[in-house]
Design a binder for this molecule. Structure first.
Ligand SMILES: [Mg+2]
Length: 415
């Protein structure tokens, strides 16, 4: 049975993707000339860009587990990376190398001579995640930081993601709690660490009474440097002023030029968290290229490994010689093993094989490579109370059978 997707995180994703797709249209000079001044929109379809591709991964990863798993999200970014969606050069290279087995953390930290990227790419994809934390916006901070660090380790980029995530959370709260534009931005600024993004939010508050966008865009930036600090304050200034009017907010986001798809993606994601999908013009939703089917996994379809019992007496175990295709690894993540007496649980790249009573017997660290997914280290439970009946030599064969059976046709199980 497929559970329908609803809720504020989906609203934010819809708003983000429509803003992204519409904003990207205005990079075509003839489109901008015809439609900017007239206040009209070009005919569809409007293809979405990297902002939406990554936001779909964030939404899907959070939805399938109900929690964030950085390992899963890192490899989802890499697996779905489509070179033709307008990623920046460093993101293109990083995601390609991760796909080929590179260490994402090391690669991200090494960008820009070791300073890390301070681009707006972490902020542009995070609104759907933030919208899921409306009950307590402070709770959005940590997952926002974790999603940012996958590709952006510079503090400004991380702060930009924090600001957008908590903005989306407060926008959902504004459905039921009255919030002025000043109050909204002040709450976002309060949870944003000190630095250039927070300073920009302070300036944005001071500029809220401006009649038009010109001075705000001049002071705050319009994303033309594609940094978080010159993108997020202006995008949130647009959102704060028009939190109940999606089309007006997105038009203002695009009107300043600069990185129009990303500014409009941020503004649109936050405002739709307040208005719901119903606030997005139906014609705009219809013009936007449809979102990919993979963005909508079964909610809770991947059992989250958090909170399960730990191994009591873990001992090193021979690493089984098995390789899974991506489809086999994705199937394993759903927890089902061909031998129904066993369950799989994954968390941050560690596969646990658990008995029906839930207790784990093996833990294997899994890593991707050119050939596929494979275990790279293994431990076994040796507490007799937790793992009765496993005798030396027998457990290795059982593990190989379990894992080999999870890879029919593609994997190779060792002896
Ligand atoms: Mg883009």
């Amino acid at each position: 049975m497929t559970t329908p997707h609803t809720g504020p995180a989906l609203d934010a994703l819809q708003g983000l993707s429509v803003g992204d797709a519409l904003g990207a249209q205005f990079f075509v000079p003839a489109t901008a000339r015809t439609h900017f001044a007239a206040g009209t929109t070009p005919p569809g379809p409007w293809p979405w860009t990297d902002d939406t591709e990554m936001a779909c991964s964030v939404y899907a990863a959070h939805t399938e587990r109900g929690a964030l798993d950085v390992f899963d999200l890192t490899h989802a970014f890499a697996r779905r990376h489509d070179f033709d969606r307008g990623y920046g050069p460093s993101a293109n290279r990083l995601l390609r190398l991760v796909r080929e087995g590179g260490d994402a953390r090391e690669l991200a930290a090494g960008l820009f001579d070791g300073r890390g990227s301070y681009g707006n790419g972490a902020a542009m994809r995070v609104a759907p995640l933030g919208a899921a934390y409306a009950a307590d916006p402070v709770e959005a901070v940590r997952p926002a930081v974790e999603t940012a660090l996958i590709t952006h380790t510079h503090p400004q980029a991380v702060d930009g993601a924090v600001a957008v995530a908590v903005a989306a959370a407060f926008a959902v709260r504004a459905r039921t709690t009255r919030m002025t534009p000043e109050g909204f931005l002040a709450e976002v600024r309060r949870l944003t660490p000190s630095g250039a993004v927070r300073d920009g939010l302070g300036e944005a508050i001071a500029l809220l009474a401006e009649p038009g966008h010109e001075r705000a865009a001049r002071v705050l930036g319009n994303g033309s440097r594609t940094s978080a600090a010159d993108t997020v304050p202006y995008a949130l200034w647009c959102a704060a002023r028009r939190l109940t009017d999606y089309p007006a907010a997105v038009r203002e986001a695009v009107a300043a030029g600069g990185d129009m798809d990303t500014v409009a993606a941020i503004t649109g994601g936050v405002v739709a968290a307040r208005t719901g999908t119903a606030g997005i013009p139906a014609a705009w939703l219809a013009a936007r290229e449809p979102l990919p089917a993979w963005a909508f996994p079964e909610p809770g379809g991947v059992p989250d490994g958090r909170g399960g019992a730990d191994l009591l007496v873990p001992r090193p175990h021979p690493v089984p010689d098995v390789v899974w295709t991506d489809a086999q690894w994705q199937a394993l993540r759903t927890g089902v093993l061909p031998d129904r007496r066993w369950r799989a649980r994954t968390r941050e790249g560690v596969l646990r094989l658990c008995r029906a009573d839930g207790h784990p017997v093996w833990e294997l660290a899994v890593a991707p490579g050119r050939a596929g997914w494979r275990p790279v280290s293994a431990v076994v439970e040796t507490c007799p109370h937790r793992a009765p009946g496993l005798r030396d030599g027998e457990d290795a064969g059982l593990l190989a059978r379990l894992l080999g059976a999870a890879a029919p046709g593609g994997g190779t199980a060792g002896p």
